[in-house]
Ligand binder design. Structure first.
Ligand SMILES: Cc1ncc(COP(=O)(O)O)c(C=O)c1O
Length: 338
């Protein structure tokens, strides 16, 4: 899942390490990654307006594009457009494994599959889910329980659909915290974690990773010490984001983790500066630099155009975050083309 990095460099690395395709977060990502040669792209949610359907239709000329549906309405819109061009596309039927966002419960999957199979230009490829409610738990034991629920829900949905006579070629899921728990399960054919290239403070709090695994950090400078127990830094919400996780993580306090300085807590962020509470002694002073692990790396990466790749203290690469929203400027008049 590429919504974390939105970068063709990292997408290329994922493909080089053996990914057979990419699950994208947006059409922008799909356009950029197909341009660099990725041939297998899936969308995780229904695309349900004519403009976007047109954009994705164009992509089907260059890559295998897999859609996702959890209802009949968007699927009908697609079927109509596909019929006009005499094309067929595959799709995942979305299953709700507990997040209660997109997807149907396994018990409702057969009725939906029966409705969808009336649409002759769409072919059921399999079922998929995202157990995002894992971000709301408060211990690694609970992560394991969510992973178990993820496996059992998808096993149940697959069995019901097979019994009803549907072919389920692919069962897909994806979340970074549950990945290690489900990787050996015989249910899943495709795993689509997204956050793992970077990790972040939320993953740390869930026990998914260690501090040294967090590759995405924000480098800040201490610009003022107005009180003995306060630093001001030149990093604010426009770098770190105010995010504490999409699905309510109560384990995270503050607005990021200062690497290697457990006594420092980022207690507030303005847009361009932040405030740190100093607990105990510190050798740090105005002018010193600190490295901050964002609470949630995905929106932080989305706030920048490029990141520096470090090996030790040496900058070895500059990586563009080139698949962010609006990375393809639309052409609406001749003047725009010049
Ligand atoms: C449908 C879907 N699949 C996979 C992922 C990746 O999950 P994670 O960010 O936990 O790695 C997400 C994340 O939002 C998602 O929405």
């Amino acid at each position: 899942m590429t919504k974390t990095h939105k970068s063709s460099k990292i997408a290329n690395m994922q493909m080089a390490y053996g990914a057979t395709g990419l699950l994208v977060g947006t059409i922008d990502e799909a356009e950029v990654f197909i341009d660099i040669g990725v041939k297998n792209i899936a969308f995780p949610y229904p695309i349900a307006n004519k403009e976007n359907i047109k954009r994705v239709m164009k992509l089907t000329e260059k890559a295998r594009v897999i859609l996702s549906f959890d209802g009949i309405e968007a699927a009908k819109m697609w079927n109509e457009e596909l019929a006009k061009e005499n094309k067929e596309l595959e799709y995942f039927l979305l299953i709700n494994s507990g997040l209660d966002r997109l997807g149907v419960k396994p018990e409702d999957s057969v009725i939906l599959a029966k409705d969808l199979c009336q649409l002759k230009n769409l072919t059921l490829l399999g079922i998929s889910t995202h157990p995002g409610h894992v971000y709301g738990v408060s211990s690694s034991e609970e992560v394991a329980l969510i992973a178990k629920q993820e496996v059992e829900t998808m096993r149940h949905a697959k069995e019901l659909l097979l019994t009803a006579g549907f072919s389920i070629k692919v069962v897909a899921t994806g979340s970074t915290p549950t990945f290690s728990h489900v990787v050996d399960s015989d249910v899943f054919d495709v795993l689509r974690p997204g956050n793992y290239p970077f990790y972040d403070n939320i993953q740390l709090s869930l026990g998914t990773c260690k501090e040294e695994d967090c590759t995405f950090t924000v480098l800040g400078t201490i610009i003022s010490k107005p009180r003995n127990d306060i630093f001001i830094i030149d990093v604010g919400s426009k770098c770190l984001g105010l995010d504490k996780g999409a699905h309510g993580n109560s384990l995270v306090t503050g607005f990021g983790k200062v690497k290697g300085h457990s006594g420092l807590q980022i207690i507030s962020l303005s847009e361009e500066v932040g405030k740190i509470k100093i607990d105990g002694e510190t050798m740090l002073k105005v002018g010193d630099r600190i490295e901050i692990i964002p609470n949630h790396a995905c929106p932080s990466a989305n706030l920048t155009s490029y990141v520096f790749g470090y090996q030790g203290d040496e900058v070895v690469d500059i990586i563009s975050i080139d698949a962010r929203g609006n990375s393809m400027r639309p052409i609406i008049s001749d003047a725009d083309e010049q």
